[in-house]
Design a protein around this ligand. Structure first.
Ligand code: TRH
Length: 358
């Protein structure tokens, strides 16, 4: 009788992940999480980044299997080239890619959105003038997209998390009966109103560096509200911050995903765009989350699209928490539980096979 077939693991690929830091921290944040996740899946990763400064606080310890390199990166070409957010790898690197007998799989990792165009565009080829093909890979919230980054055992870690011990390490102590809320935001004219609304129940508001700390001063806090100023946290501790709070205010792309995994009530501030494109992003995300109407209304107000309603009290905030947790379950279960890195790996293996040596 023939021996049963042993599944053969494909060999580790060399990934070159190109990142330009344009604005804020999402570029570096998403690329670092992807690099680390691919390395955890046994891949070899070079993260070529034009400004590595944010990694100094996000990931001071680095990660096994990830080499951080300054732009323009290496002289050789790996098996996979990922350009984050259409950042265009250096021309010399693209020229070297075009000379390869077996071209690298070239991926453009796009921005995250819940809008319908994502499913239509995910996985499409973009033929280049030099004969190469660049593939669009869209993160997203459905099985027909590239999915979301989620580390193995993240939710188990979240379930076992001891928030009091973690807060104590940061020197933060909530008073009895005080709820914990985190704030990571852009400039927002509704902040004074938010502070008033939060003060309706005893609250300790944890302020991240930058916009949140600049806009909230201890001098004008309503009674009932206390604040603590956080240092820049590592990405892992940023996750823990969201786990420690019962209500999180997040912004941009990466912290939105982390708020989903945290499973606590949250409000998202989209990066405001002059053409108002953020309104469609918010509407699509709320629909995808199946957010209850009062949550959707508050989010719209927070994003300056409608009047800001009252924040629900703790009992009514449960409907937000329930919606986030139900959404999290749906996200985790889809595509056989594969996260973005696993879906990207499978996509790249498919393209390697369908693109034999030229
Ligand atoms: O910094 P952001 O606002 O970035 C955004 C998004 O990338 C958006 O897509 C882009 O269009 C816009 O910039 C220009 O928010 P985001 O995406 O949540 O990234 C923040 C990163 O910083 C995230 O990886 C979490 C990390 N972080 C820490 O690691 N420690 C901290 O203390 C804080 C506050 C954040």
């Amino acid at each position: 009788m023939p021996a049963p077939a042993v599944p053969v693991e494909p060999p580790a690929l060399q990934w070159d992940l190109f990142c330009r830091v344009i604005d804020n921290y999402g570029d570096a944040g998403v690329c670092w999480r992807l690099a680390r996740r691919l390395a955890a899946l046994g891949q070899r990763v070079r993260l070529i980044i034009d400004d590595a400064a944010p990694l100094g606080w996000m990931a001071p310890a680095g990660a096994a299997g990830v080499e951080v390199m300054p732009w323009p990166g290496p002289d050789d070409v790996g098996d996979v080239v990922v350009e984050a957010f259409g950042c265009d790898p250096p021309a010399a690197h693209v020229a070297r890619m075009a000379e390869q007998a077996r071209p690298a799989v070239w991926i453009n990792l796009e921005y995250l959105s819940a809008e319908p165009y994502v499913e239509r565009s995910h996985g499409l080829p973009s033929p280049q003038r030099n004969g190469l093909t660049k593939w669009f890979f869209f993160p997203g919230f459905t099985a027909a997209t590239g999915g979301l980054l989620r580390e193995a055992h993240l939710l188990e870690g979240r379930a076992a998390f001891d928030h009091q011990a973690w807060l104590a390490r940061l020197g933060i102590e909530a008073q009895p009966g005080e709820r914990l809320v985190s704030l990571f935001c852009y400039a927002n004219s509704h902040l004074p109103a938010l502070l008033q609304q939060l003060a309706m129940a005893p609250t300790l508001l944890l302020l991240t560096p930058g916009h949140a700390q600049r806009q909230v001063s201890d001098a004008n806090l309503p009674p009932g509200l206390r604040t603590a100023r956080l240092p820049w946290l590592t990405q892992d501790d940023f996750d823990r911050l969201l786990w420690a709070c019962e209500l999180n205010f997040v912004r941009g792309e990466d912290s939105l995903v982390r708020a989903a995994w945290a499973g606590a009530a949250f409000a998202w501030q989209a990066y405001p765009q002059d053409d108002g494109a953020h309104a469609a992003k918010i509407a699509a995300l709320l629909a995808q989350m199946q957010a209850p109407p009062e949550m959707a209304a508050w989010w719209r107000g927070w994003n300056g699209i409608a009047t800001l309603p009252e924040l629900p009290d703790a009992a009514n905030l449960q409907s937000w928490t329930g919606a986030v947790q139900a959404w999290r379950s749906r996200l985790v279960d889809q595509a056989g539980g594969a996260d973005l890195a696993e879906r990207l790996l499978a996509f790249v293996h498919g393209k390697s096979r369908s693109h034999p040596a030229a």
